[in-house]
Design a protein around this ligand. Structure first.
Ligand SMILES: [Zn+2]
Length: 360
């Protein structure tokens, strides 16, 4: 009866209540989190070639809500030309982090690509990395957000040698709060095996864990490759795992988490029908699945929207939502002690939410 009441409570007025539910997020790109208003401000300030009213501007920047899935259209929405100074980068960091408050993100492993900010500028990649982490940390402290970072390497824009060089510089610089390395970009033309030397270095150094975008628009073999040849501890998207039962057993046994993103997967064509997204079946089969946004501003959505889809399409209730967040803590790149500590604080936060929003 109480459980029913809780489900009903979530279903009624769901977006408002769900937006207050504390969430753990492991797959979100800073480059896809920058608020539209901030990008519009930079466009005006730096005299960029975009529309000068915010409605037309948004239409150009975001993936159209009812547009049919299109991987290339989705990727074309990412631009590198917003930033003309370190101050611009600092501003997008602060505004992006503050925007997470309305989604009640409790802990995030935010990823960013130093290359993205430096491609069109003569910025130093290490300086930019430090600047992003410092700025985000400052804003995170203000809103009480727990945050760590993943450094994204882009398989289409950096070759393996360049990746190793940047990675070595990052290690030498002793930058705090980085917990992992991510491989993103065009997974069709640049399979994980092309980067195995780089990821062998990462694994042997033992400083950071690895997550690799795989099985998003490629078959299960690319997920196997990411794990076996590149020692990935998590997989970005990995929707193709639904086609390989042995892979699912392996992911379950080794506790290798899938970072799934229902809205993003539709827009890119990775899984065009949200109502049949494989996340629920994979969870049922015991695969550690986490739910994430990917690039919410480009997608014109947020993490609460993805949680709503779990409720509306897969009958998730409060207990199941808490459960996937516990799985996310377990799949995080924190140390075992840090995970225990985070779990305790998360449970306290959930109890506060339950008392305040569900039992009143
Ligand atoms: Zn991604």
């Amino acid at each position: 009866m109480i459980k029913k009441q809780i489900i009903d409570n979530i279903k009624i007025n769901s977006k408002e209540i769900l937006s207050k539910f504390p969430k753990i997020e492991l797959h979100r790109h800073l480059e896809g989190t920058m608020p539209i208003e901030t990008l519009f401000y930079l466009s005006q300030k730096n005299k960029l070639n975009y529309p000068d009213n915010i409605e037309d501007f948004s239409r150009q920047i975001q993936f159209p809500k009812d547009e049919k899935p299109d991987f290339l259209l989705f990727l074309s929405k990412f631009k590198n030309n917003w930033y003309k100074s370190y101050e611009d980068i600092e501003k997008v960091c602060i505004d992006s982090i503050k925007s997470l408050e309305k989604e009640s993100i409790f802990y995030i492993e935010l990823r960013f690509s130093p290359e993205h900010y430096c491609l069109e500028n003569n910025f130093d990649r290490i300086e930019v990395t430090k600047l992003i982490i410092n700025s985000c940390n400052k804003a995170a402290k203000e809103i009480g957000l727990n945050i760590k970072y993943l450094i994204t390497f882009n398989r289409g824009k950096q070759n393996q040698k360049e990746m190793i060089e940047l990675y070595n510089k990052i290690i030498k610089s002793n930058i705090p709060d980085i917990v992992g390395i991510d491989l993103a970009g065009d997974e069709i033309n640049f399979p994980p095996k092309d980067f195995s030397l780089f990821f062998n270095n990462v694994y042997n150094d033992g400083i950071y864990k690895a997550t690799i975008h795989a099985g998003e628009v490629t078959p299960p073999s690319s997920i196997w490759e990411a794990i076996m040849l590149c020692y990935a501890s998590r997989i970005g998207h990995g929707v193709a795992a639904i086609h390989d039962i042995n892979l699912q057993k392996f992911l379950k046994e080794k506790q290798i988490g899938l970072e799934q993103c229902i809205t993003s997967n539709r827009q890119t064509g990775s899984w065009p029908d949200e109502k049949t997204h494989p996340c629920a079946k994979l969870i049922e089969n015991g695969v550690p699945v986490t739910i994430n946004t990917d690039d919410p501003v480009i997608q014109n959505s947020d993490l609460t929207d993805d949680y709503l889809k779990l409720i509306n399409y897969f009958s998730f209730d409060f207990t199941k939502l808490v459960e996937i967040n516990k799985i996310a803590i377990n799949c995080s790149f924190l140390s075992e002690n840090e995970k225990i500590e985070l779990l305790k604080r998360y449970q306290k936060k959930v109890a506060e939410f339950e008392k305040k929003y569900l039992q009143s």
